[in-house]
Design a protein around this ligand. Sequence first.
Ligand SMILES: Nc1ncnc2c1ncn2[C@@H]1O[C@H](COP(=O)(O)OP(=O)(O)OP(=O)(O)O)[C@@H](O)[C@H]1O
Length: 222
Amino acid sequence: MIAFEHVGKRYGGRFEALANIDFRVRRGEMVFLTGHSGAGKSSLLRLVMRLERPSRGRVMVAGHDIDRLHHSQVPFYRRQIGVVFQDHQLLFDRSIYHNVALPLEIQGIEPREAARRVRASLDKVGLLHREKALPIELSSGEQQRVGIARAVVSTPALLLADEPTGNLDPQLSADIMALFEDFNRIGTTVMVASHDLALIARLRHRVLRLSDGRLVADEEAA
Ligand SMILES: Nc1ncnc2c1ncn2[C@@H]1O[C@H](COP(=O)(O)OP(=O)(O)OP(=O)(O)O)[C@@H](O)[C@H]1O
């Protein structure tokens, strides 16, 4: 699903944020990406989303060298990927329902079909009963679950998350990770950047560890 082939990323032509990164993630795998602050986790995820382009090497996603996408194809490419951020980036003047519906509106999905998908997504994260609420009325854990519902509403084959449990307490963090595992179980390829080593160790998935822009460990699930 994802292949990094000797990928390097320099910012401003000088600073080397990633060097010689080489790994593959199989379709249907769930992988954690870990490493100290500044190790390059976000940069790696941004390369997969094609928000950044590699300075060296190739990033292949679903068999395509994504650097070769024409710029007109990039929005379509990004819509195939579900993304969850730490600061869930909800629109605070829209209801929970309309936040989750947004990707479907952009794709021009017919409203009745969109409603069915939005409700299925909200049900999956346990928030169907809050569909009319505004984000401000929800706890931060609930807001994060809305972000996840929005990321999966288009049933993406690939789900990326950047520190999705950053601000949450241990129980809520475990709940969020369990949701990712649920999506992985139904076939979604999942890649989660996290520095929560205790949580990662309990979950028994493959771990890619970055340090100073290098891939220093690739540990298969125990
Ligand atoms: N747009 C940019 N321009 C210049 N330098 C950048 C840019 N984005 C990231 N960097 C630098 O690249 C390095 C890797 O950053 P990155 O955000 O990928 O790390 P990270 O592992 O996600 O860290 P954190 O856990 O703190 O978010 C850092 O030293 C950072 O300062």
